[in-house]
Design a protein around this ligand. Structure first.
Ligand code: 4AZ
Length: 434
């Protein structure tokens, strides 16, 4: 082994004589060079920080909301599309929104424009006024006055070319900037709007939901214990199943709670009145619908507001997106859950649902089937009375069904059976005025 030993500047090889190693002279930089390098480094650093700050500020976009009124005339009478959530209201809203969206998409604001949303119509002389929200995202550096002018100019110029009907009057369009609270209030007063846009694909067996995802869901409790689900259709009326009130009838012992958890609830309200369908006769599942009046109106918030009711003529199709939500059990004979859950289900054709291996002709025209013929995705005990919902092309949500019955939960060929809400549209109106 050859060992090297250091002693001062001499290195001894264990086999040889000492060798002298000269210390290497340090390369020294002149002070002015060091100063120059430091100066240049600081400049580069300052420029980088400046660029980052500018980039972050420019890309940090704020939401700008506007309330806009747009006069128009159409071949339809105002009374034909006046009623919110009706087929004609939806068609007219969709036409106007699409013209407005096109106008912004073809303009210098194409990157800033988010969406337009018709909230109502009102009669205006011989024509009609569309009341609309316009949502934009602008860099926080933009001056609100300038933005107002640009939006107004785009609407004036681009809506001129729009081909009717409806015949728009862009010269008379008015816009007013509103804040987030005002925007939320307008949206919460519309039926069927949801604030959480996180759209999840189907999740086998369902998942827990976030606050505001299904703001119309209620839990019905008898002596404080969750028994059924229900759906808010106005600030005072709930729709539920008739069978929820078969044994427990006294409204004074029922409460309705709102929010994604039963404990603690966001809001809790007593029931004043329960109306069960006159033709509901246990043990039949037919006519399984009821409406219940709250003892006082529930204030609408982002987390609590009403769903839309579909016209009696509305039809849902097997390809439609549908969700069922509830605090019910995760499996047959399981216990209810404290946190609201959702599961995406498929609408199943009544013919298929009435086949011998499914429900063998027990599905009436007042019922609809939804779930999965492969099993798993289903409502269960404790979900009864709760909503089966579906969105339209404007992403407005409608009550398609009420959880009613089924052969246990999640079995293949035994989907959930729901009360078909469209067949009871007139009955609901006759009892609630909605
Ligand atoms: C129930 O007993 C119940 N799988 C609700 C829904 C279904 C089955 C039972 C559907 O409340």
């Amino acid at each position: 082994m050859n060992l090297w030993l250091r002693h001062g500047n001499h290195i001894f090889n264990s086999y040889t004589r000492p060798v002298v190693v000269r210390a290497r002279k340090r390369a020294c930089l002149k002070p002015w060079v060091i100063g120059l390098i430091t100066f240049i480094s600081l400049i580069v650093l300052a420029v980088c920080i400046g660029l980052i700050v500018h980039y972050v500020r420019y890309n940090q976009r704020n939401t700008y909301n506007y309330y806009s009124t747009l006069p128009f005339t159409s071949d339809k009478l105002y009374g034909d599309f006046e009623k919110e959530a009706s087929k004609n209201f939806t068609e007219m809203s969709q036409k106007i929104e699409s013209v407005v969206n096109n106008a912004f998409h073809k303009s210098s604001l194409r990157r800033e424009f988010v969406k337009s949303h018709i909230i109502r119509f009102s009669q205006e002389g011989h024509g009609v006024l569309a009341h609309m929200l316009l949502i934009f995202r602008f860099p926080s550096t933009k001056d609100p006055e300038t933005i107002n002018k640009i939006i107004q100019r785009v609407l004036h110029e681009k809506l001129q070319d729009a081909i009717g009907p409806p015949q728009l009057d862009p010269e008379s369009v008015e816009i007013k900037k509103i804040n987030k609270t005002e925007t939320d209030n307008f949206l919460n007063n519309c039926c069927g709007t949801r604030r959480t846009i996180r759209y999840s694909p189907r999740i086998a067996g369902g998942r827990e939901v976030q606050e505001g995802e299904w703001p119309w869901q209620a839990s019905l409790q008898w002596d404080g214990i969750h028994r059924c689900g229900a759906t808010l259709i106005s600030d005072t009326w709930l729709v539920s199943a008739a069978h929820c009130f078969r044994v427990y009838k006294d409204p004074a012992r029922w409460t309705a709670s709102f929010g994604v958890t039963i404990q603690p609830p966001k809001v809790k309200q007593g029931l004043r009145r329960i109306i069960v369908h006159e033709k509901y006769k246990y043990p039949s599942h037919d006519y399984d619908i009821s409406v219940a009046e709250l003892s006082s109106p529930v204030p609408f918030t982002n987390a609590i507001h009403r769903i839309c009711l579909p016209d009696a003529s509305c039809e849902f199709h097997p390809a439609d997106v549908m969700f069922v939500t509830g605090f019910g059990a995760l499996h047959n004979d399981g216990s209810s859950q404290n946190h609201l859950r959702q599961v995406q289900v498929d609408l199943i054709d009544t013919k298929i649902c009435n086949e011998p291996k499914a429900y063998n002709n027990t599905i009436t025209s007042r019922m609809l089937c939804a779930g999965s013929l492969k099993g798993n995705r289903d409502a269960c005990q404790g979900d009864s009375g709760g909503p089966l919902v579906s969105p339209d092309a404007r992403d407005i949500w409608y009550l398609a069904g009420i959880v009613s019955w089924g052969d246990e939960c999640g079995h293949p060929t035994k989907p959930g059976v729901y009360t078909r809400v469209t067949t009871f549209r007139d009955w609901i109106a006759s009892k609630t005025g909605i």
